[in-house]
Design a protein around this ligand. Sequence first.
Ligand code: HSE
Length: 352
Amino acid sequence: MVNIAVLGYGTVGSGVVELLEKNKETIKKNAGKEINVKYILDIKDFNGDKYQDKIIKDFEKIIRDNEISIVAEVIGGATVAYDYTKRLLLSGISVVTSNKELVATKGAELLKIAKENKVKYLFEASVGGGIPIIHPLLQCLEANNIKEIIGIMNGTTNYILTKMITENISFETALKQAQELGYAESNPDADIKGYDTCRKICILSALAYEEDISPDNIEVKGIENLTLKDVKKAEEKGYVVKLIGYSRKSDSGNIEIMVSPCAIKKDNPLANVNDVYNAILVKGDMVGNVIFYGKGAGKFPTASAVCSDIIECINTSEGREINLREDRIFIAKPEFEILEGTNLPIVGEEND
Ligand code: HSE
């Protein structure tokens, strides 16, 4: 039996605990061992909760317990979560996470600490919720040079845009629904203003181009200033508006990254990605375009990715070592044609 702890008992944390229970037999078969959630750490009280006996407030109890070998960090943010993750890795405990803010800002450092301490730091759930994207990028596509990544990577904004455009629901109502469904960040500004997408495109770009890419260097536009006029104009011209995280590596080695609402031709597969769904198109020099599609947020899709990382920690497979060049590099903004009568860059054209 393997004992684990879950840090954070919100949407994702409760999803992890419930998933481990619901799919106990499958997980036991695939991990070769039973997984026992020994502790759940949260600052709130959960009176009457099914797992109340496991909920604690003292992190020290977890780090001092020799039986704990894996921790799922689903607190979010880059303050307490950073401190806990660093200490756990230094203590020889593997950490899996859905925390894109922490991975995007401190991932290179945490991966280095994990390597030095012969443990794992895995973050499949940090991009695309339940969509397998990080493992495929690092393993299945490793014979390629990655040239370009185009993604709808934020479930909340995609849900809001879909509802506003196709169902005529107001921005506020659509946002409220996304919050109720557990898609939005605790401060939904991170979704709406594009910071969440920025963190995710930085994580993917860092892995694809093997550079430590800071979200601070990227110009970010969210959907907060998107006008209905722009959306209608795009529609008339045969385009759909999506919040896109974009990056490419030019032949001269420059990395260009952009986060912005963009116009996408209606016949592009990304134009038909709706609601909470995300899709990430990766262009490899040998494979061409491949698309990863699925639910990008929500309790069980995200827990699915966290739990697969827990199983990977238990299994012996080493996986590919990730080495990111530590000097933070200059990032440029890519140039795109702007859709006439709007401020929207046109992305996803074959000749981009
Ligand atoms: N708030 C995020 C989203 C959650 O809406 O995509 C998943 O990362």
